[in-house]
Design a protein around this ligand. Structure first.
Ligand code: PLP
Length: 400
């Protein structure tokens, strides 16, 4: 049996998304910026897709949604734009991010830090959560931007973006949120929350790879990313990715439609699966379930290297992860577990299971069976695991 439980890394493209994209490769392939009918026939499709994308995050018509190639690009763009517009010009000198942002935020923050920007890295608490108060405590009159993700890719922890947005508005500081892991899992509205910039990426919600977006609230400054053309209002020049835009439009519409299912059925399946996993001795989950996206479990099996567990799962046809997709090839401890303050052993034993609306009960039953056998096998040969009938103390709060 093949089971895909790595949906925080990427998702299957929904067949109906693929279907709406198909005509834009060999039939309607015109460059939308040309001046003939080949171009013209793409226009209504782009317009409809953009309307769906605006509706998907409840953006208003006056706001901008600029299509990019991925969330990494959108995240780089916001931080570098802040650097050019606010830091380099001397208007401000500081930004705040969390220490568990995606590498596309952390590495960009480190880059602009090396160019003279002060960066505060907000810690997470023992449950893997950010406390909004820590944003207030760190804002100065020179803070240009706060960038805190909506939901964490590894633990699924949902951060208090509503409160953080309010604090930023109170101090007149710009607020960016990386909502990559929130779209399709939680209601996302840029109207409801005070968000100035928001990042998302189609391949995380059953859309195609190679297309993402940056939402920019009306009136907020942004430096053009690519110069040289008039596309995307001159903010990001380059021939439009027509199939990608059409695919993202369809995918976000479906993601919003499937939200109730994700938040009820998928959550229930995840909870039952997690209950069963936690029955295995010496297993730990840090973030409480009601503070997580409905599809994610980051679980530590004491005494078992995450990579060994992945190997056993992979041999049985199951795809999971030890953390962020980008870090999975390194034998490194899970960075979020480290940030929480988990001991070495637990930080190296974290496995992430992330479900999607395509996940079935049969797949989870099969996975549970494989995990149980793998735990037994791997603990028998583990040099760091000594069985104790009382179990070990995680040193962390076991989350339910
Ligand atoms: N931000 C978060 C929270 C993510 O989980 C990811 C992907 O893992 C990204 C950004 C990067 O997304 P993309 O692959 O579209 O660049």
């Amino acid at each position: 049996m093949k089971v895909y439980l790595d949906n925080n890394a990427t998702t299957i493209v929904d067949p109906s998304v693929k279907e709406v994209m198909d005509p834009f490769f060999v039939e309607k392939y015109g460059n939308p910026n040309s001046l003939h009918a080949y171009a013209g026939e793409t226009h209504p499709h782009i317009k409809t897709a953009m309307e769906k994308i605006y509706a998907g995050i409840q953006a208003s018509r006056e706001d901008s949604v600029v299509i990019t190639s991925c969330a990494t690009e959108s995240n780089n763009w916001v931080l570098k734009s802040i650097y050019f517009e606010y830091i380099l010009t001397g208007r401000k000198n500081h930004i705040i991010i969390s220490e568990v942002e995606h590498p596309s935020i952390i590495a960009t923050a480190k880059f602009i830090e090396s160019m003279g920007c002060k960066v505060t890295y907000l810690p997470i608490n023992a449950e893997g959560l950010i406390e909004a108060q820590s944003v207030r405590d760190n804002i100065t009159s020179k803070t240009a931007l706060v960038s805190v993700m909506w939901a964490n890719n590894e633990t699924g922890a949902v951060f208090p973006v509503e409160e953080i947005g309010e604090i930023c508005a109170e101090y007149n500081v710009l607020f960016h949120t990386d909502a990559v892991q929130a779209i399709g899992k939680l209601p996302v509205s840029v109207q409801q929350f005070n968000v100035d910039y928001l990042t998302f990426s189609a391949h995380k919600f059953h859309g195609p790879k190679g297309v993402g977006a940056l939402y920019i609230k009306k009136g907020r400054e942004i430096m053009p990313l690519f110069h040289g053309g008039s596309q995307m209002g001159g903010l990001r020049s380059g021939t439009l990715n027509v199939p990608g835009i059409v695919g993202m439009g369809k995918a976000i519409e479906q993601a919003v439609d499937a939200l109730d299912f994700e938040m009820s059925e998928i959550r229930e399946m995840r909870d039952d699966f997690e209950d069963e996993l936690l029955k295995i001795k010496d297993t730990f989950v840090v973030t409480p379930r009601n503070r997580r996206t409905p599809n994610t479990i980051l679980i530590s099996f004491r005494g078992i290297e995450g990579e060994s567990m992945l190997w056993d799962l992979n041999r049985s046809g199951i795809g999971a992860s030890t953390g962020s997709a980008c870090a999975s090839e390194d034998l490194e401890a899970n960075s979020v577990m480290e940030a929480i303050g988990a001991d070495e052993d637990l930080a190296h034993t974290a496995i992430r299971f992330s479900l999607s609306r395509y996940t079935t009960q049969e797949e989870l039953d099969y996975t549970l069976d494989v995990v149980k056998k793998a735990v037994e096998r791997l603990r028998e040969i583990s040099s760091s695991y000594a069985y104790s009938p009382e179990g070990h103390n995680s040193g962390l709060t076991a989350g339910h």
